[in-house]
Design a protein around this ligand. Structure first.
Ligand code: 4AD
Ligand code: MG
Length: 477
């Protein structure tokens, strides 16, 4: 079954050599021209079936969506639009596809419709492109950290702790939900559960990641994380992938430098390695933009946006400075924000983040030193007594793409937060141990992988950058 990929064929000089390709039919014209795609590239290979060279019964089975093996000779193409074509000598049907029933017709389908047939949508140009870029970005993540001497570590998926303290976790249990064991006090007795305690799917690998950084120095995780937030937005998934570097001896400044360098590296990698796919998406985005009213169109195209990120420094400013800007902004004064900005201490909404990035600075923004009250317990407390050394990276069209902080390395300080927030000691004792035995200043952040892919592909809905999105009310496939 040895075959050659279409990507390779299209880069091969045609000398009449005999080749076999396998792939799926995109279109079949004039009972003669098959456009075949095997997923290796956005481009199709044209196979030409000479008159009377293939039996009528086989020709009938060459339908959109069918899977074929075609053997033929590679020739220069006389037609415009492609350099080579395969002049078929034999066509074998590997898998038929009933043209009447196959949901993907050779026309433009809506993304909503394609979401309902997520098991087939990878066979469209758009989704083939998205998943190839997703692969390239995952590879680039590992390359970036490997080159820097970071170690890739694997943190548990099932845990007993709540890293973010947000409480929106999926429980993991083998208890019989119709017959729950009870303690004498009438509570559910998790001692009877599989792990002898209450457990959940991880919301973040950070806490365990920190323990590994306190021995390996610089590490990163790259794995699935789970949040049972009831957020039906274009930027939230219940199951998403996160990259979390954690570094000993980094302060907040070093952390921001790394975050900026990391995203710039990834955008540059995409520009250099995913050219064909980006060209396709760039064109696609321009068509979508053209359909919007003038004032809602974005000023830069997709490729221009990626270049803009690689060529410009991110704007850094403190939470306090951002509140001043937002308070005095036109949309705030004209009551255009859904959540008006009035007081220092309020959490920023996506509309505020996007105003700062898209309207005010017109470039990526790193906000730092947030109020302690709206951030997690592990963040390093600043001297002012009210802010913590947190940072969020905000991107156009996306809002928050990275969240991170310098960690509180002082035992007494973190212990005070644990007590104030009533975090059960049995879930964090090992985390606090790090502050007892050879504590070190350290920092880290989390990059939402799907939000990165949204930025790089220009896909507006996060459900279109992961093969099988999980969100409230949906776990199909
Ligand atoms: O800001 P978050 O909640 O930070 C953490 O989890 C830290 N433990 C990270 C760290 O410091 N090691 O999440 C980090 C990023 C967000 O900036 C966002 O890009 C993404 O993860 N994210 C989501 N992506 C998709 N769907 C969701 N429901 C997401 N929640 C967060
Ligand atoms: Mg966050």
């Amino acid at each position: 079954m040895k075959t050659i990929k279409i990507k390779q064929i299209l880069q091969t000089a045609p000398t009449g050599q005999t080749l076999t390709v396998m792939g799926w039919v995109r279109t079949f014209r004039n009972n003669q021209f098959v456009s075949l795609n095997d997923g290796s590239t956005i481009h199709n290979l044209q196979a030409v079936i000479a008159l009377n060279s293939v039996e009528e019964s086989i020709l009938k089975r060459i339908t959109t969506g069918a899977c074929l093996a075609i053997t033929g000779n590679l020739q220069p193409s006389p037609a415009k639009g492609q350099a080579v074509e395969l002049v078929a000598t034999t066509v074998e049907i590997l898998g038929d596809s009933d043209a009447e029933k196959f949901p993907l017709q050779p026309k433009k389908h809506s993304l909503e419709f394609l979401r309902e047939i997520a098991h087939l949508r990878v066979r469209t140009n758009t989704f083939g492109t998205v998943f190839r870029i997703r692969h390239a970005m995952a590879f680039a993540v590992h390359q970036f950290f490997n080159q820097k001497g970071f170690f890739y570590v694997h943190t548990p998926i099932i845990t007993g702790s709540d890293a973010e303290g947000a409480g929106d976790m999926f429980r993991v249990t083998t208890l019989d939900i119709h017959n729950l064991p009870k303690t004498p006090e009438g509570e559910i007795d998790f001692k009877e559960d599989f792990f002898g305690r209450s457990t959940n799917l991880t919301v973040s690998g950070q806490l365990e990641g920190e323990t590994l950084a306190m021995g390996l120095g610089e590490i990163y995780t790259f794995g699935p994380t789970f949040r049972a937030e009831n957020s039906n937005t274009t930027r939230h998934l219940a199951e998403f992938w996160m990259i979390e570097p954690e570094m000993a001896f980094y302060d907040l400044q070093d952390n921001m430098d790394l975050a900026e360098e990391f995203i710039q590296y990834l955008c540059k990698y995409a520009l250099e390695n995913c050219q064909d796919d980006l060209d396709f998406l760039d064109k696609r985005a321009k068509e979508e933009e053209a359909a919007k009213p003038q004032d809602q169109r974005s000023e830069l195209g997709l490729i221009e946006r990626l270049k803009f990120v690689t060529e410009n420094q991110f704007q850094r400013l403190s939470y306090t400075e951002s509140i001043d800007i937002l308070k005095n902004s036109t949309p705030n004064k004209k009551k255009k924000f859904q959540y008006p900005v009035e007081n220092w201490g309020t959490d920023l909404q996506s509309e505020h983040e996007r105003f700062l990035v898209e309207k005010h600075f017109k470039k990526p923004v790193i906000l730092y030193n947030y109020p302690a009250a709206i951030k997690s317990f592990y963040m390093r407390q600043n001297e002012d007594g009210k802010t913590v050394a947190a940072m969020d990276v905000l991107f156009p069209g996306i809002g928050e793409i990275i969240g991170g902080s310098q960690r509180e390395e002082r035992y007494d300080n973190i212990m005070k937060r644990v007590q104030e927030l009533n975090i059960p000691m049995e879930t964090v004792w090992w985390y606090l141990d790090l502050r007892k035995f050879g504590s070190a200043p350290h920092s880290g952040f989390g990059l939402g992988f799907e939000r990165l892919i949204q930025f790089v592909t220009g896909m507006t809905n996060i459900r279109d950058v992961i093969a099988y999105p999980r969100f409230p009310g949906n776990a199909e496939f």
